[in-house]
Design a binder for this molecule. Structure first.
Ligand code: HGY
Ligand code: MN
Ligand code: MN
Length: 396
């Protein structure tokens, strides 16, 4: 089932995926989702924030149990981060229907509670800078006016982009009606670390998501000629930028957190000119919020800094987490419970009070947000079985 997706948004030169929200690749992925829903006779709807929902079962028995993930990608990302959760959601639904004795595509045999497959919009924030935009808007974790004013690298606002995609920018924002339909949410995801590989287990359960955020630094100087300007006369913003990158690494080591500068924009960008402006983005995360905050405060000292997003620590509901671990363990030893430094829509829903949890599928190398991200077919299949078991349990 992942196969038809492998050519969408793929950069042939690198093998990486570029699937920005609302880009042609994203629109194609959304079409694929609609096709999978239609093939199964599911009731498809797009909410006011662009999230896609495909429902099976009797809507009068709301709230339902929902599973799914996202289809957008970081730039030059892998094939599994997001799509594995969506594909596994459809596959788990197929398995549940098979267990109920239904032929593929056949209706009926509805579960005790409606079962939904969701595709959240713009989970990575690759285009507008704020991750989990679809679930943040849904739950009211971001103000619509702030979201609409965010710009992409071309200077287009989210409002422009939504309008061009035929959506209604004025209607985005907290959606209690949609949220009320979600009694529980389980997101399956490729693991973005080596926890399961170390445990020798194919499937695990999320314990908590580290607090994390993104900050924009603006270093301003004066553009000038690279050959004729004496060193003493320069106001070169590249120097404080470089110092910040090195300081971030040192402070992260000292404080036991992680800090990354993965995006930088140098203007005007001439090899033969001192730059006039450097914009750089810091991503910082750690087990303890105070340590992350202290790192950012230390680096921000004396600089122009704005916080683009902040996600507080998420501890998944312990009762649901233990239930998932027991069921995903398939009657044997419960599945391992692991913390993660990666953000997810399940975390945003959990923070909004929705009972939410996550299943992780083993990643042999732990590499993610890279074309090298991988999961073995057998482990993906074990993930689908665990997800189906968990959904069956929650739908009772
Ligand atoms: O950046 C993250 O942790 C996530 O994958 N959006
Ligand atoms: Mn990701
Ligand atoms: Mn993801």
């Amino acid at each position: 089932m992942l196969e038809p997706l492998t050519q969408i948004g793929r950069d042939a030169a690198t093998g990486g995926y570029v699937r920005d929200a609302w880009s042609p690749a994203d629109m194609e992925l959304r079409e694929w989702f609609a096709g999978e829903a239609a093939r199964r006779g599911l009731d498809l709807r797009e909410d006011r924030n662009g999230n896609l929902w495909a429902w099976w079962g009797d809507p009068s028995r709301r709230p339902g149990v929902v599973t799914g993930s996202h289809l957008d990608s970081v730039r030059q990302g892998g094939a599994y981060d997001g799509p594995l959760g969506v594909v596994s959601a459809f596959a788990a639904l197929d398995l549940l229907r098979e267990r109920a004795g239904l032929r593929p595509g056949e209706r009926g045999g509805v579960p005790g509670r409606p079962l939904g497959v969701v595709c959240f919009t713009d989970e990575e924030g690759a285009r507008f800078g704020v991750p989990c935009m679809g679930s943040r808007l849904l739950t009211g974790a971001i103000r619509p006016e702030r979201a609409l004013a965010l710009t992409d690298d071309d200077g287009d606002t989210l409002a422009d982009v939504l309008a061009r995609a035929g959506r209604r920018p004025e209607s985005i924002g907290r959606d209690d009606e949609t949220l009320a339909g979600v009694g529980a949410f389980v997101e399956l995801h490729v693991e973005q670390g080596r926890g399961l590989a170390d445990h020798g287990r194919p499937v695990g359960v999320a314990a908590a998501i580290w607090p994390h955020g993104r900050w924009r630094f603006d270093f301003r100087g004066r553009a000038d000629h690279a050959g004729t300007t004496r060193l003493a006369d320069r106001d070169d913003p590249m120097l404080p930028f470089a110092r910040m990158v090195l300081a971030a690494r040192a402070a992260a080591e000292r404080r036991g957190v992680v800090a990354t500068v993965g995006k930088v924009r140098v203007s005007p960008g001439n090899a033969n000119a001192v730059p006039g402006h450097v914009a750089a983005w810091l991503d910082a995360r750690g087990a303890a919020e105070d340590d992350v905050r202290a790192l950012v405060a230390e680096l921000a000292e004396g600089h122009e800094v704005s916080e683009e997003s902040w996600t507080p620590v998420v501890g998944f509901d312990p009762a649901l987490r233990d239930r998932l671990a027991r069921v995903a363990g398939g009657g044997g030893t419960p599945a391992p419970v692991l913390p993660t430094g990666a953000g997810h829509d399940a975390g945003i829903l959990a923070a909004a009070g929705v009972p939410a949890g996550m299943l992780f599928v083993r990643n042999p190398t732990g590499v993610s947000h890279s074309p090298e991200e991988h999961a073995e077919q057998a482990d993906c299949e074990a993930g689908v079985v665990a997800l189906a078991d968990v959904l069956e349990d929650l739908c009772r």
